[in-house]
Design a protein around this ligand. Structure first.
Ligand SMILES: Cc1cc2nc3c(=O)[nH]c(=O)nc-3n(C[C@H](O)[C@H](O)[C@H](O)COP(=O)(O)OP(=O)(O)OC[C@H]3O[C@@H](n4cnc5c(N)ncnc54)[C@H](O)[C@@H]3O)c2cc1C
Ligand code: SF4
Length: 293
């Protein structure tokens, strides 16, 4: 059974998170499932929603988006109008109810949806066990990139923010860091199974966006148009002649792709081979949208 605290400042939150076993809580839409399945068992849940991290502000021609801004607030903000990929990703993620509660930082830091990882009866490699059951079992919705873990990154926001040039501001008792959004993620290794580069007690406090790109687009494929995780997702952005592509759903972290060869390095396993053609189609569409504006 976890304790609960709702600090009224960031400093108070950081001091509570400095203790062993404390975990940050945004809207709880992902964390509740982790607790339920025994994936995490924190002694203290530190609710960040009153910690002063809930604003979207203009900054240096770009935006500073607080960690606890909800997906619905982000999607509805007129300040996001110049970032078409971000607005689309925020409005397509999950369902209206989940978007009203789920936060930007929680969405970026959510755990994989791999059914072996989420299933209470499995103890897979990513969860600290010995076996990646997906490599030998059902991997229809898994990633295309080979590795010890072939889970697929689930966040709609991460590719859209990354392709728009976002950085992440973090805070911990040791100070402040700012890192490119893709560097928030890491591929897991035998001695560190985390998919995030955050240190214990380190919080995402904001996402920073530079001035808007000349054009950006977000394309995703889900089982349904709504209330369905992206199976494959592509965000594209163009600044002048420079075009970037970032994908979700194809590797265990969001990954930058080569616009001239989006499938490079993504062989896939037998049941996920269909993702290759979906990825190629979405990439073609997204590139068309940013190159013809
Ligand atoms: C049925 C269902 C469908 C969904 N569909 C989609 C979808 O289509 N697309 C999509 O992108 N997402 C989808 N989601 C995921 C949903 O968007 C996320 O659960 C939500 O955005 C997480 O935000 P939260 O604030 O509720 O996070 P929480 O559940 O509070 O936290 C999630 C994780 O992040 C950590 N965390 C929270 N805040 C911080 C912080 N500031 N710094 C560091 N770590 C932090 C928590 O400790 C936890 O591990 C779906 C979820 C469900 C349940
Ligand atoms: S893909 Fe990753 S999360 Fe899924 S079973 Fe394999 S190791 Fe576990």
């Amino acid at each position: 059974m976890s304790g609960y605290a709702r600090p009224s400042s960031l400093d108070e939150a950081l001091s509570l998170l400095d203790g062993d076993g404390a975990a940050p809580l945004g809207g709880g839409t992902d964390l509740a499932g982790q607790l339920d399945r025994g994936i995490t068992s924190p002694t203290l849940l530190v609710d960040l929603r009153d910690a002063g991290l809930g604003a979207i502000e203009e900054r240096d021609g770009g935006l500073r988006i607080g960690a606890t801004v909800t997906l619905a607030e982000l999607a509805a903000s007129p300040l996001v109008a110049g970032y078409a990929a971000v607005g689309a990703a925020a409005s397509l993620a999950a369902s209206p109810l989940l978007r009203n509660v789920g936060t930007v930082a929680g969405n970026l830091c959510q755990h994989t949806r791999c059914w072996y990882y989420r299933g209470a009866e499995w103890h897979c490699w990513l969860g600290g066990g010995d076996t990646c059951f997906a490599q030998v079992g059902d991997h229809r919705k898994h990633g295309l990139q080979p590795g010890d873990c072939i889970s697929a990154h689930p966040s709609d926001l991460a590719p859209a923010l990354a392709v728009s040039g976002a950085t992440v501001e973090t805070r911990s008792g040791r100070g402040t860091r700012e890192l490119p959004l893709l560097e928030l993620y890491r591929r897991p290794s035998a001695d560190n199974r985390s998919l995030l580069t955050l240190e214990p007690g380190e919080l995402v406090v904001a996402v920073l966006l530079p001035p808007p790109p000349d054009a950006s687009a977000y394309e995703r494929l889900g089982e349904r148009a709504a209330f369905s995780f992206p199976l494959v997702a592509i965000a594209a952005a163009r600044r002048g002649d420079e075009v970037r592509l970032v994908a979700g759903g194809v590797a265990n972290v969001p990954c930058e792709l080569d616009p001239s060869d989006p499938l490079a390095g993504l062989p896939g396993n037998p049941q996920s081979a269909w993702k290759r053609s979906a990825l190629a189609t979405l990439a073609e569409r997204a590139l068309h949208r940013v190159q013809h504006r």
